[in-house]
Each structure stands twice: as structure tokens, then as C-alpha cells.
Design a binder for this molecule. Structure first.
Ligand SMILES: [Zn+2]
Length: 149
């Protein structure tokens, strides 16, 4: 019989910015003692906070990384990309599921790569651009419908 490890799996990531290791830490390590959720964890670069500010969230259950390490600039872009994609289903253009499928097709991504937490700067930019164009196109065609009616 296989022995199951009782401890959660230890994963060490390599920081793409400075090449150091990134290991799991409580979120309070980055966000401070007042972190709302003591159960939340991050993978933080060993260079943090002195020389590097890269980190990424961890899944609560598995404690595995949610995506790739990101510095402040990329984290901000991922937030904007999320917001742009959310606007499609929050605006009622698509369902949430179909918005993800639509973007995955647009960006030619495999299903396992269709996670904004894994996106590079490039894919974030593409996401924002495609989503904005989608909404613009729909708004214009709605206007057009109005004229005809
Ligand atoms: Zn680093």
C-alpha cells in the first residue's frame, strides 16, 4: 500500500524575474498582520521585499500555486484583464462560461492555460483589447438595431 504524505506538498517555484526560489508563506507575509483571511497563502520570491516583489496566490485546498509568479506591474495587468473579461458576462453579453471559452478561442490557448493567473503581459494586453473590442462591437450593433426599428 502506498503511504500518503500527511503534510501538504511542498512546491518551490523559480522566480522568473530574479531567478531566486519562491516558497509558500502566509498571506500576512506580504499583506501584513491584518490580513483578513489567515487561511490564505502566497508563493513569495525569496528576494521579497528587498530586491524583488514577485508573488502569486496559492489554492486554499491544495496549497498549490494558482499561476505563475508576477511582479507588481503584471499583477496589476492581470487585475485589469480579469475586469475586462468580467465585463462581458456582467454586462450580459455572454454567460461567464461562454466568455471564458470565447477568450480561450480568441487567444488560441489550451484549456489548462486559460487562467488569467498564468497570463503573461502579452496575454493580459490581448485579453483587454479583445474584450474591449467585443463590447464596442456589440454596443455599435445594438445602436444599429435601434435605428432600423
Ligand atoms: Zn524574484
Amino acid at each position: 500500500m502506498k503511504k500518503r504524505k500527511k503534510k501538504t506538498q511542498q512546491v518551490i517555484l523559480r522566480c522568473p524575474y530574479c531567478g531566486r526560489d519562491a516558497r509558500i508563506r502566509p498571506a500576512s507575509y506580504v499583506y501584513g498582520r491584518d490580513t483578513i483571511d489567515p487561511e490564505s497563502f502566497l508563493y513569495v520570491c525569496d528576494g521579497y521585499p528587498d530586491t524583488c516583489d514577485a508573488y502569486v496566490g496559492a489554492h486554499k485546498e491544495s496549497r498549490l500555486p494558482k499561476g505563475t509568479l508576477a511582479n507588481g506591474r503584471l499583477r496589476h495587468k492581470r487585475i485589469l484583464a480579469h475586469r475586462a473579461l468580467d465585463a462581458l458576462w456582467k454586462g450580459g453579453y455572454l454567460t461567464r462560461h461562454s466568455a471564458y471559452i470565447w477568450l480561450q478561442t480568441k487567444l488560441c490557448l489550451r484549456e489548462q492555460d486559460m487562467h488569467i493567473a498564468k497570463f503573461s503581459d502579452y496575454y493580459c494586453d490581448q485579453t483587454i483589447q479583445e474584450c474591449n473590442e467585443f463590447i464596442k462591437w456589440h454596443q455599435e450593433s445594438r445602436k444599429g438595431e435601434g435605428k432600423c426599428a
